[in-house]
Design a protein around this ligand. Structure first.
Ligand SMILES: [Zn+2]
Length: 186
């Protein structure tokens, strides 16, 4: 346990909003620079959950970083986005990776990009559920976003399929997030 996390765990008795999470920076997956994505000021209303649809996901940092790099290449190259479309990435090596990060508009859910944080789980979650660690990492990331002032405390959690006709984020992952307190039917 890191010193910061230990400190936070002790403090959490008195200050339950104390979260210490580690987000692996863009440099960790060798990101290329973004083409100036639009900024978002203030707190957003939504979190949109995606899966990356990589059939076997990834279990090691080397594999996860390679897949994330591939997603950036696809989004920035073929799809002409300014950068990887998602704000954050939840990976099977139990790391949380920075995509665009906080305060920048993503390209992941038209009509919601300007007012949301896009989180992608690496893998295909149609028939399998992400690991408990991956799920907890996503929950911790959202709590961190609220604590840091990037996400409203009464935010709404949606699956990508609620915003357009897509199978994303996979049936099993969608079934899971429907049990989380901020999920809403729209
Ligand atoms: Zn999606």
């Amino acid at each position: 346990m890191t010193r910061q996390l230990l400190y936070c765990t002790i403090l959490a008795i008195a200050f339950p909003t104390c979260f210490a999470i580690t987000i692996q920076p863009r440099s960790s997956w060798n990101a290329v620079a973004a083409r100036s994505p639009a900024r978002i000021s203030g707190k957003v209303d939504y979190v949109i959950i995606h899966h990356s649809d990589n059939p076997n996901g990834c279990n090691t940092p080397a594999d996860c970083k390679r897949l994330i790099k591939n997603i950036q290449s696809d989004h920035k190259g073929r799809r002409k986005f300014s950068d990887i479309g998602y704000n954050f990435i939840i990976a099977g090596d139990n790391n949380i990776y920075e995509g665009r990060g906080f305060g920048l508009q993503g390209s992941h859910a038209p009509n919601y990009n300007r007012n949301s944080i896009g989180i992608v789980f690496i893998g295909n979650f149609e028939n399998t559920t992400p690991s408990q660690t991956m799920l907890q990492n996503a929950k911790d990331l959202m709590a961190h976003a609220v604590q840091q002032g990037y996400l409203k405390d009464n935010y709404t959690l949606l699956g990508h399929r609620q915003t357009k006709a897509t199978a994303c984020p996979g049936q099993k992952l969608y079934d899971e997030i429907k049990t989380w307190p901020h999920w809403k039917s729209i």
